[in-house]
Design a protein around this ligand. Structure first.
Ligand SMILES: [Zn+2]
Length: 217
């Protein structure tokens, strides 16, 4: 069964997740570590828990989710997996990163692409890849069925949804991703969001004002 540790990194308070199982193998999702102290924290944690990282995964290519990619890929020599549309987003992030004092010097590009239906395997764990555009064109989410865990990046938040006003965003597409891909998951599914607290599919189905139409967009 997987264990999940979250870190809150960079000025966007982005959530970076380290996920591992009983074999000691794991993955890192959306490394937003930027300051040296954040990098050190991650290194210390991985060493302390004796985790063997297998993959670097990105939900999408916004700067706050990818700013630590170069460091993580080099530090642990990991294959990087993301959706193919992330390439353009990484190129864009390289152009605007300095505006947030998060200049990317040499951001890595994916070694392998994932899309709807892909499976990512490490240890005894299987991540199912869901394609969930609407916040960003490249956006994928990771679902782990055995523990009913969803890593939803910036698609679904506790009582909220991701921004749709950024390049590649579209609110109709975003709501359709949530309705078609996420809400059919078991209600007890724990949702690990790219910002803010965790939630569950059942809670969001009942209470999320965007999903229930109380908040019209
Ligand atoms: Zn984003």
């Amino acid at each position: 069964m997987i264990v999940v540790q979250s870190f809150t990194f960079n000025l966007f308070e982005e959530k970076t997740f380290v996920v591992w199982d009983e074999t000691g193998e794991g993955v890192i999702i959306d490394p937003g570590c930027h300051a040296q102290s954040e990098r050190d924290k991650l290194i210390r944690f991985i060493e302390e828990k004796k985790i063997t990282l297998r993959f670097l995964l990105n939900t999408h290519g916004h700067i706050d989710h990818i700013v630590g990619n170069e460091f993580v890929k080099k530090q642990w020599n990991l294959p990087f997996i993301a959706h193919k549309f992330i390439v353009k987003e990484i190129e864009k992030a390289k152009e605007y990163g300095h505006l947030y004092e998060m200049a990317l010097s040499n951001p890595p590009f994916p070694d392998e692409y994932a899309d709807a239906g892909s499976k990512i395997l490490f240890g005894n764990t299987v991540f199912d890849v869901l394609y969930t555009p609407g916040h960003a064109l490249s956006h994928i989410s990771f679902y782990e069925a055995a523990s009913k865990s969803l890593f939803s990046g910036d698609v679904l938040f506790q009582m909220g949804i991701g921004r749709w006003d950024l390049p590649g965003g579209n609110v109709e597409v975003l709501l359709e991703s949530i309705r078609a891909q996420l809400l059919p998951l078991p209600p007890e599914t724990v949702v690990y969001c790219g910002h803010g607290d965790t939630t569950t599919i059942g809670l969001e189905k009942r209470m999320n004002p965007y999903i229930n139409g109380y908040y019209s967009v």
